[in-house]
Each structure stands twice: as C-alpha cells, then as structure tokens.
Write a protein that binds this ligand. Structure first.
Ligand SMILES: *[C@@H]1O[C@H](CO)[C@@H](O)[C@H](O)[C@H]1NC(C)=O
Ligand SMILES: *[C@@H]1O[C@H](CO)[C@@H](O)[C@H](O)[C@H]1NC(C)=O
Ligand SMILES: *[C@@H]1O[C@H](CO)[C@@H](O)[C@H](O)[C@H]1NC(C)=O
Ligand SMILES: *[C@@H]1O[C@H](CO)[C@@H](O)[C@H](O)[C@H]1NC(C)=O
Ligand SMILES: *[C@@H]1O[C@H](CO)[C@@H](O)[C@H](O)[C@H]1NC(C)=O
Ligand SMILES: [Zn+2]
Length: 410
C-alpha cells in the first residue's frame, strides 16, 4: 500500500504551528515573527507574580505508584519537592480521589505562554517541545515558574528544500547536506539549550530527505554529547531509516504499512522507544487530510509495538495550526484513551505519560510520586486504572510544588 499519503503526513507533521493572538493571525513561520513571539513570552515572564511553593498535605488520596493504586493515604509537599512528612502543612482533602504524577507530553509544539497555561490546566506538568524555530521561541518558554516545565530539541535537523525546511523558511546554514556538518549542528543546538536532538526522516525515495550517512552522523554526535535523539518518521521506510541511524525515540508510527515483526525486532534489539502521537493521525482523518485507513494502520502499528513490549510514550503533536489543531493539554487525555483503544492496559498507558516518559527523556527527578521527587502532581476524582477517562476529572494540579489555580473542568 503505497500512496502519496505518507508524503502529505511528512509535510504536515513537520510543520510549525501558526501563532495566533487576540489581534489576529500571526504566522510565526518567519524568523523575525518568531523573535517577536519570544519577546512577548519573555515580557510575560518578567511581569508575572512568582507564586511561592508551600507546605501542603494532600490527604485521603490513592496514589498511582506506577503499577497500581495504593490504599488511601497522605502525600506531603515541602517547597518544590515531595517529602515523607512536614510539620505545619496546609491540609487538602483529596476526597478519595487519585493522585498521579504530573503528566508528561512527549511531543508538543507550544509557542506562547498561553499554551503553557493550557498544558498546566490539564495537568501536563512537563512537555517535550519537538523542534524550535527560531530557538528563541523555545528559550522564551523556559522558567515560567508554576507553569509547565519545557524541554526542547533546538532546531530539527533537516535537508535543504525538504518540506520541513521550506515550511519554516530555513536558511541554507540551518539545514544539513552532509555527514561532516553533523558535529557542528549538534554543537549549535547544545549551545542554545537543547536537551535532545530531533531529526526529520522522510522516505528514502524523497529527493530532499537527509541521507542515511547524515542521519547516522547526527546520532553519533548527539550521543557523544550525552543527548538522546528523537526522529520524526511517519511511514514504514522512514522508521527503517531512523532505526538504521540508531535513534533513541521514533516519533509517530508507520501509517502506510503497519509495524511488523521485522521492524519491531529492530526496536527491541537497539532499545528504541515509540512515541506514536495517535492524536495527530486522528486529526488528519477528522480534517479530511487522510483516509480513515491511515488511522487504522497507525493504530495497528501501536498494537503490534505494544504487544512486542516496545516501550511507548504518550505524545500528541499538539499545535495550533488552524486546520489541524491538536489542543494543548486536552489532547493528552485523548491520547491516553486512544492508546487504550489500541490495546494497551490502563496501567501501561498511565506509565507512558509519567514514569516512562520521564525516564526516556532523562528526567529522573519526576514521573513518580515519591519522597525526593519534584512535586508535579495531578489530583483527579475516580480510578484511572479502572477507566482511563478518569484522568479528565481534574481537581487540582501542582507544578514543582506550586498549585496551578485555573485547572480545566472537562
Ligand atoms: C528563573 O526564575 C527564577 C525565579 O523562580 C530566577 O531566580 C532565575 O534567575 C530565572 N532564570 C532565568 C534564566 O530566567
Ligand atoms: C533547493 O532548491 C533551489 C530552487 O529550486 C535550488 O536552486 C537548490 O539547488 C536546491 N538545493 C538543494 C541542496 O537541492
Ligand atoms: C545562518 O546565517 C545567517 C545569515 O544569513 C546568520 O544570521 C545565522 O546566525 C546563521 N545561523 C547559523 C546557525 O549559523
Ligand atoms: C485499534 O486496534 C485495536 C486493537 O487491535 C482494535 O480493537 C481497534 O478497533 C482499532 N481501532 C481502529 C480505529 O482501528
Ligand atoms: C469510562 O468513562 C467514560 C466517561 O464517564 C464512559 O463514557 C466510558 O463508557 C467508560 N468506559 C469504560 C470502559 O467503562
Ligand atoms: Zn510535531
């Protein structure tokens, strides 16, 4: 089954969100407009009142410990951290609800502080931003105390005239044409604060994709700098190329031909994890961009990967493109439901958005509810192990011990 569909997916999945503000539509696809967006974000950080973390006791809650719900108990927060106990805490009644580690969305494209507010309101306490342009935009999303904590890749590695490069209007020196440029590209991203490297892999028959040797060299350079590599790969042949390059995370899943044992054995052999982003595949179908069969194939790829025990991380590809919007924050709850529908257990789905997402992004201070960990917490009513949709029953959210005031009521 070969169609032009995978090319369309590559074009759209690699695209940059449009920034919209109350004064009308502003495309941030130009470098200069991106700088303006960054200035606005930095200005908002400067005027924001910095909330103080406090001493808090959350009583009468069942904690999801990564495997199961524990009996009713109390969790203490002192400042930014979870602690075994603290004297003089403000007591909050969890009313028999469930306390989860704050959710991690492993693939998003927030652009403004408003997007961080939305993520926070839905209990997404950490997000992995899967490409920046210009880098100043990602940088301006850092360090908004009390809002979602951001990790980012820097610019995506792509080739000149690729759909990705054309959409963003990348300059020639912002793309790669040979393996020899990989060390400098990685060094440039490190310099602007990247915590991982993102590569865009298209099908090998695309005239404008990175060649295999450049992809390989990017991974070698990233690993030499202790950076993990995430690779955009939305069709079978692109995933093969990503695996040949030894990437750590394959983002999106084959939607042209389902993942099969030959492909999956390579994931397992080299410990590559999958970030399926079913939400964006569903959005393609809902938006009439792709036929329903493509969703069914993506879904089948997830089923196969999961059954073979390839670790899966929850990611949405949240963006604010008018035609393909995937809602910041809310979409992660949808993604969890879609992963359950693809055959994952609710426990594994909860792990995909907490402990596994933290671990595979080298964030060892979060992802589990335990003393010493960052106090990133999501209090919900109901039992998400019995029914994953319970994660939508958001009661309260804490980010590094600071309670987020405007939680989403969904
Ligand atoms: C980040 O915020 C803290 C206050 O919470 C401040 O002390 C620090 O200087 C800020 N750093 C940057 C890079 O903005
Ligand atoms: C990119 O496209 C332009 C215009 O078609 C062409 O002049 C240029 O040679 C291309 N660059 C590469 C590296 O293919
Ligand atoms: C690329 O070139 C432009 C000038 O065209 C320069 O402003 C920019 O800093 C360069 N970027 C990198 C990553 O070297
Ligand atoms: C997704 O896969 C699961 C497990 O095979 C199946 O039950 C479900 O119907 C599939 N959903 C779609 C939309 O294809
Ligand atoms: C889970 O809860 C939702 C919302 O209350 C409900 O629509 C759905 O049927 C439930 N699913 C299961 C498997 O019980
Ligand atoms: Zn993306």
């Amino acid at each position: 089954m070969r169609s032009i569909l995978p090319l369309i997916l590559v074009a759209l999945l690699g695209s940059y969100p449009v920034y919209s503000c109350p004064h009308g539509e502003h495309s941030a696809s130009s470098f200069e407009e991106g700088l303006e967006v960054a200035r606005m974000n930095n200005a908002r950080r400067a005027i924001r009142e910095i909330p103080k973390p406090k001493k808090t006791a959350i009583k009468n809650v069942r904690v999801f410990d990564g495997e199961k719900l524990l009996p009713l108990g109390t969790i203490f927060i002192n400042g930014e951290r979870i602690v075994p106990y603290v004297e003089g805490a403000e007591v909050i009644d969890g009313n028999g609800g469930t306390l989860l580690s704050g959710l991690i969305d492993a693939h998003t494209h927030p652009v403004s502080v408003d997007h961080l507010e939305l993520l926070a309101s839905y209990g997404v306490t950490t997000t992995i931003v899967a490409s920046c342009y210009p880098n100043a935009v990602c940088d301006s999303l850092k360090n908004h105390t009390g809002l979602t904590d951001v990790r980012f890749s820097g610019m995506s590695a792509s080739s000149p005239n690729s759909t990705h490069a054309l959409m963003l209007g990348l300059k020639p020196n912002e793309t790669l044409t040979s393996a020899s440029q990989a060390p400098q590209f990685v060094a440039n991203q490190l310099e602007v604060g990247a915590t991982f490297i993102k590569i865009v892999a298209e099908r090998p028959d695309s005239a404008t994709t990175l060649d295999q040797s450049t992809m390989n060299a990017l991974v070698t350079s990233a690993h030499a700098n202790d950076l993990r590599v995430a690779c955009h790969a939305a069709d079978y042949a692109a995933v093969e190329r990503a695996l040949t390059a030894q990437v750590d995370q394959a983002h999106h899943v084959p939607s042209d031909t389902p993942a099969d044992p030959a492909l999956i054995s390579r994931f397992l052999a080299q410990k590559t994890v999958s970030v399926p982003t079913l939400s964006i595949f569903r959005q393609f179908v809902l938006g009439g961009v792709a036929p329903p069969s493509s969703y069914a194939v993506a879904n089948a790829s997830v089923t196969q990967l999961y059954q073979a025990s390839v670790p899966i991380l929850a990611g949405t590809d949240s963006n604010n493109l008018p035609t393909l919007e995937v809602a910041y924050g809310r979409a992660l709850h949808e993604e969890l439901e879609l992963l359950v529908e693809a055959g994952m257990s609710t426990v594994d789905v909860l792990r995909s958005a907490t402990v596994l997402a933290a671990h595979h992004n080298l964030l060892f201070d979060r992802g589990v509810v335990a003393p010493g960990m960052r106090a990133d917490l999501l209090l919900i009513s109901g039992d998400p192990v019995a029914n994953i949709s319970a994660t939508r029953n958001i009661q309260r959210v804490w980010i590094a011990g600071v309670e987020y005031e405007g939680v989403a009521k969904s």
